[in-house]
Design a protein around this ligand. Structure first.
Ligand SMILES: [Zn+2]
Length: 231
């Protein structure tokens, strides 16, 4: 089967305002395609990008695919109704192939254009489901996507180091879109997974500057569509 039967209508008239990137955590693209098209699995994505850069459309973009699960972004749940899901075939511990990245970077501009999604709307599964999901993981090259205008990357100014301050870090992270009321350790690990993937240790001034810059330039509540449209 080439298309997935695992989808429904987007709820409450919601439209895509996010693109959620995943890795499949399976041994091959073919195995992932079988799983994403298996009615018994009840999972899917709009696109699967193979290791060799083949883009397989599995669910129409205007439909609600089943990739995000429980979680939220910018204070809004039902991410499946609000997003396009893209699965990258990857075992979870291997680099992403150059041809696969090139295919993703060729796929994204059309999606962002069709649905008027800003670059800050391209997020990781781990961003919206902290503690539950870690994909697309520390090997994914977010900086490269951002340089092409297909996601965002922090650019803290030199000398802008801020003292470690849990309340401010949390406020900035939530303004950017991260879920509210996470334990600090989990929030910090989630932010670093995407923006400082090889960093460990307690909250530091670089974490502060990264999050302050992202919050200042890309506060989620400005770029995304309202929570609910008035009838
Ligand atoms: Zn995922």
């Amino acid at each position: 089967m080439n298309r997935s039967p695992n989808f429904g209508a987007r709820r409450d008239g919601l439209r895509p305002e996010l693109v959620v990137l995943h890795y499949t955590a399976m041994e091959s693209s073919a195995a992932a395609q079988r799983a994403l098209c298996d009615p018994a699995r009840e999972v899917s994505a709009h696109y699967l990008v193979s290791e060799s850069g083949e883009v397989l459309p599995l669910v129409d973009e205007d439909m609600r695919a089943w990739h995000a699960g429980a979680g939220e972004w910018a204070g809004r749940g039902d991410v499946n109704s609000r997003s396009i899901g893209i699965e990258l075939a990857n075992t979870g511990d291997a680099p992403f192939a150059a041809r696969q990245m090139a295919a993703l970077m060729a796929l994204l501009p059309g999606i962002l254009d069709r649905w008027s999604i800003p670059p800050q709307g391209v997020i990781a599964h781990s961003d919206m489901a902290p503690g539950r999901k870690i994909d697309p993981g520390p090997r994914f090259d977010w900086h490269r996507l951002a340089r092409a205008g297909l996601s965002v990357w922090p650019a803290p100014r030199d000398g802008a180091g801020l003292p470690a301050d849990e309340r401010r870090f949390r406020r900035d992270a939530e303004a950017f879109g991260y879920p509210r009321d996470l334990p600090l350790d989990l929030l910090l690990a989630t932010v670093r997974l995407r923006f400082r993937p090889r960093h460990a240790g307690p909250l530091d001034s670089q974490d502060m500057s990264v999050m302050a810059d992202l919050a200042a330039r890309f506060a989620a509540h400005e770029g995304l569509t309202p929570r609910r449209e008035r009838p």
